[in-house]
Design a protein around this ligand. Structure first.
Ligand code: PLP
Length: 262
């Protein structure tokens, strides 16, 4: 989908691309590269106007924004536990119940049948129909604990905290000559950047030595890298436990990158 100059999904342009043949429209609710927040409600209206369903990838949204799938009007909403301070290897797909009821199983295994005979097999009601085999029990308990932890802190509070850190980071990094920032000013929890003339993998390695963990690469979004006109970016990601000392360490690390690369 086309983007606005500051890196948001351009829903106006997206609408013009949709035809009646599109069945499912899928967006990231929050971009994992730029932190741009989608106007999810508008996206739902746009998809529905064309008779399509809306699927949102909420991996980056659920740890930092209060999400109300009904208010958005989403049809499907997916997220991974590991982005929500939870364990790896488990996530959620939420969907409106009439859609789940209409969907066939995608995998066979234990605990997903209703009755089996040579003539006819019927499957359990959702969600069991989609949870074939012995589940990731420990992961589910861990995810539940993560959800409780985030809810106790409050997503509004986490979002406000991260917004303040992003604003502080963007101000600090824009004052360093030779650092390019990507994404909108109000990026949710993420600041993507590059140091001129330095590959982000080198930036990340030097930052790592300085005790600062950033992600570097194309972030599984190569078309977006092409749109930005770069091979890759470095990405600082904030969370509930981040604070200004992390930003100071990042700035010191970037100064070291510049010193090493001259
Ligand atoms: C927006 C987004 N979608 C999907 C994923 C991938 O999730 P998983 O590793 O659980 O497949 C990520 C990052 O991990 C992400 O940021």
């Amino acid at each position: 989908m086309p983007l606005t100059d500051d890196g948001r999904i351009d829903l106006g342009a997206a609408e013009e691309m949709l035809t009646d043949e599109h069945r499912v429209v899928a967006f990231a609710h929050v971009s994992n590269v730029l932190g741009s927040i989608l106007d999810a409600k508008q996206a739902a209206e746009m998809a529905h106007d064309k008779g399509a369903l809306l699927l949102l990838d909420g991996c980056q949204a659920v740890p930092r924004l209060p999400v109300d799938v009904a208010a958005i009007g989403a049809d499907f909403y997916a997220f991974s536990a590991h982005k929500l301070y939870g364990p790896t290897g488990i996530g959620c797909l939420w969907a409106r119940s009439e859609l789940l009821n209409a969907l066939p199983p995608w995998q066979g295994g234990g605990a997903m049948i209703d009755s089996v005979s040579f003539e006819r097999t019927t499957f359990a009601d959702p969600p069991a129909r989609f949870e074939a085999g012995t589940p990731h029990i420990v992961g589910a308990i861990g995810l539940h604990a993560a959800v409780n932890w985030v809810e106790k802190l409050g997503l509004d509070a986490i979002h406000a905290h991260e917004c303040a850190l992003v604003t502080e980071t963007r101000a600090a990094l824009s004052s360093i000559p030779g650092v390019t920032l990507y994404g909108p000013e109000d990026s949710a929890g993420i600041v993507s950047f590059n140091v001129d003339g330095v590959h982000p993998h080198d930036t990340a390695t030097i930052l790592d030595d300085a005790g600062v963990a950033v992600r570097a690469g194309h972030h599984c979004a190569q078309p977006l890298m092409r749109w930005l006109g770069v091979e890759a970016t470095a990405r600082a990601s904030f969370a509930a436990h981040s604070d200004s000392s992390d930003i100071e360490a990042l700035v010191r690390g970037i100064e070291e990158v510049k010193r090493i690369f001259g």
